[in-house]
Design a binder for this molecule. Structure first.
Ligand SMILES: [Zn+2]
Length: 89
């Protein structure tokens, strides 16, 4: 599962989360080392520390900190229906 291609960007009072440049290869440094390739950089201002997180741990962290719900979700509704165009089933 390394094809998620997550591109999360979020900034809060205590953190800054941004995607790693694609050419930069680093291992995930989450609490539980998973050995996966890091895709995001997380700056924690409180401890002035930087963590590199893989897709899985980025999503996990974002959920834990209420970031993900605020991020724009991928459009799962498909193409928008033009207003005024009658829909026939
Ligand atoms: Zn990880």
């Amino acid at each position: 599962m390394s094809s998620i291609n997550l591109q999360l960007t979020a900034t809060g009072r205590h953190f800054s989360l941004s995607p790693l440049p694609g050419h930069l290869y680093a291992d995930c440094t989450a609490d539980e080392p998973c050995g996966a390739r890091a895709s995001h950089r997380l700056l924690l201002r409180r401890t002035a520390s930087v963590r590199l997180l893989c897709d899985t741990h980025t999503v996990e962290w974002a959920r834990d900190h209420g970031v993900l719900s605020a991020a724009p979700a991928a459009d799962s509704r498909g193409a928008a229906v033009e207003p005024g165009v009658p829909m026939h089933d």
